[in-house]
Design a protein around this ligand. Structure first.
Ligand code: ADP
Ligand code: MG
Length: 575
């Protein structure tokens, strides 16, 4: 239970504000998260990490000398937006290139990749190493599909130490990849976590049972067993992780860093009892333990659980692991004194509103009314969407859509009132939506609104044909961006019938209102029928079967939005 909060939808922002107030020795606020408040004498490669909030000390707590230079901090359990990643990377960049490193989750990959493209287009050398340590999230043959959990720390630590030691970007990228290739984690959970304001936990584990392989956002595990003794759990961890010794490591004479990580609600004392046996077992097998960590390194709100990570060292990794680091959430040795960094300068965004025709302004007012209604609908549906997402995903869909649509509606209102046309109003809404929502769906909704806006323009007449074409283009953009096809159990399953039906009816001469009504109804049916499908993409992928019987939350929210817009269209005078 998360007990202390104000407005749940402001929880992440207020948490970051408080974190910055408390951790000024290490960090300062920057748009999108935090960057260091200190500076080394020489410019170095910048390590930029990030992810959703709710995992402290990941990610903001790992910013400081010897570790990361900046952290993009998303909403609760939702990836930061590409704008957040971009602006943190810009603030952290020292002219030596940027390494982006984060846990391998679909939403994070979309946003970090978008940011990477934008930074590269500006001539900044940017590389990416995603962390894939969780052995239960995909089989060995598909290492690249595995998600990142507490092994984030071993990769960040090695990369941060390499940057501090003056490695160039090639070198930092190389050791980060090596650390990831040599990091494996195994997690278990005893009870779920409850996000602020939620009435129920994201997931539950039956009393007396332990979920094996459960993810840090509550992604379902692969098995449920009776809670073992501390020694039995230690043996389970070690047996399994020794079955998966990474390529290039020989057990004989092996040196390893064990990280025993508490997920938020486990006593340190319990972890020490488990670690005692882990140390014995490694010792019995002749594996040398190097500078271990026992504590909270990557949490999951108030989830009760524990994971063991093994980082298999070579000489270089050992030097980098042992190098000093100083951050609010992780320290090692003593770092050289640092200078205070210059304060981050935030430049005002270009807010000039381009010329627009009266017709396009009228359409902008309708866009504003529609998005405002959508935000109200999603406010009400947030709990249910979150619950649906928690069955096989991570439970953040409701909160993400709520935050995104609110921000989108506010931006649309501001733009429309300032005299913007349809395109500018939709573009401002798109940026605000994806920036505030995070998550896969936030990126995709940003893409859809932006694409629709481009087709409508600021000066062209907004005809039924233009709307249908814009919606079709938005559909294509989502499919190009997210690579999902119909049948993959994503929002695409609801978008395709909607866009196709709208186009068909409009080209047959129907007006927008009538065509939209029919298309929305079809979309609703299609969204409901995703219940019969197994998920193949996104976070739900590794738990495909669990999702059968529950519709895809992104498809359901899409259908709900089209229905809400239909209601606005029927009550409006325009069109
Ligand atoms: P996240 O998956 O990052 O937690 P959300 O929970 O907000 O993001 O959104 C989940 C929804 O996003 C899914 O229900 C699905 O409809 C949609 N989605 C996920 N991946 C894709 C993709 N590759 N293409 C299209 N839609 C996707
Ligand atoms: Mg989700």
């Amino acid at each position: 239970m998360t007990r202390l909060f104000n407005d749940p939808s402001r929880f992440a922002d207020e948490m970051i504000e408080g974190f910055v107030a408390a951790a000024g020795r290490w960090v300062q606020a920057a748009p999108g998260g935090v960057v260091r408040s200190t500076q080394a004498d020489e410019a170095t490669v910048a390590l930029v990490i990030g992810g959703g909030s709710g995992h402290y000390p990941a990610f903001g707590g790992l910013v400081g000398p010897g570790l990361a230079h900046g952290a993009a901090m998303g909403n609760l359990f939702a990836s930061p937006s590409s704008q957040q990643v971009y602006s943190i990377a810009k603030a952290a960049d020292q002219g030596k290139g940027v390494l982006l490193s984060y846990g391998n989750y679909a939403g994070d990959v979309l946003h970090f990749d978008q940011a990477q493209e934008k930074l590269r287009a500006e001539g900044i050398d940017v590389r990416t190493v995603t962390v894939t340590d969780d052995i239960w999230s995909a089989p060995q043959e598909e290492l690249h599909k595995r998600r990142g959990i507490a092994g984030d720390l071993s990769v960040f630590k090695v990369a941060g130490a390499a940057a501090a030691a003056g490695y160039d970007l090639d070198g930092v990228e190389r050791v980060a990849q090596l650390a990831n290739a040599r990091t494996r984690s195994f997690g278990v959970a005893f009870s779920g976590c409850t996000l602020p304001g939620a009435s129920e936990p994201l997931f539950t584990v039956p009393e007396g049972k332990m979920a094996v392989g459960l993810g840090i956002h509550g992604e379902p595990g692969i098995d449920e067993v009776d809670v073992p003794t501390a020694d039995e759990l230690a043996a389970m961890f070690i047996d399994k992780l020794l079955e998966e010794v990474p390529e290039g490591v020989s057990l004989e004479g092996a040196r390893v860093v064990p990280l025993l990580n508490g997920l938020g609600n486990l006593k340190y004392e319990e972890m020490f009892v488990v670690f005692r046996r882990i140390a014995q077992l490694l010792d019995e097998r002749g594996i040398a333990i190097v500078e271990p960590e026992v504590g909270e390194l990557c949490t999951s709100f108030d989830m009760s659980g524990v994971s063991l990570t093994l980082l298999w060292l070579d000489e270089e990794l050992e030097t980098l692991w042992a190098a000093p680091a100083d951050s609010s959430g992780f320290t090692k040795g003593s770092v050289a004194p640092q200078r205070a960094a210059d304060a981050v300068v935030t430049t005002e965004a270009d807010t000039a509103i381009p010329e627009a025709s009266d017709d396009s302004r009228a359409a902008a007012a309708l866009v504003d009314a529609a998005l405002t209604a959508v935000a109200a609908t999603l406010d009400e549906a947030a709990d249910e969407l979150g619950h649906m997402d928690s069955i096989a995903g991570d439970g953040d869909h409701g909160i993400g859509m709520q935050r995104g649509s609110r921000a989108g509606a506010a931006a649309a209102t501001t733009a429309a009132q300032a005299g913007a046309g349809a395109q500018t109003t939709l573009e401002r809404a798109a940026d605000a939506w994806s920036d505030r929502a995070g998550g896969t769906s936030g990126a995709l909704w940003g893409e859809m609104l932006r694409t629709l806006g481009e087709r409508l323009g600021d000066t062209e007449p907004v005809t039924a044909g233009a709307v249908a074409e814009g919606v079709a283009a938005a559909k294509d953009a989502v499919m190009a961006f997210g690579k999902a096809k119909v049948g993959d159990k994503t929002m695409v399953d609801a978008i395709v019938p909607f866009a196709d039906e709208l186009a068909r009816r409009v080209s047959a001469g129907e007006g927008v209102r009538q065509a939209w009504a029919a298309a929305a109804a079809l979309s609703q049916t299609a969204a409901q029928s995703t219940a019969d499908l197994a998920a193949t993409l996104g976070r739900a992928r590794s738990h495909g079967d669990k999702s059968i019987g529950t519709p895809d939350p992104g498809a359901i929210s899409f259908a709900l939005i089209t229905k809400t817009i239909h209601d606005v269209l029927t009550t409006s005078k325009e069109q």
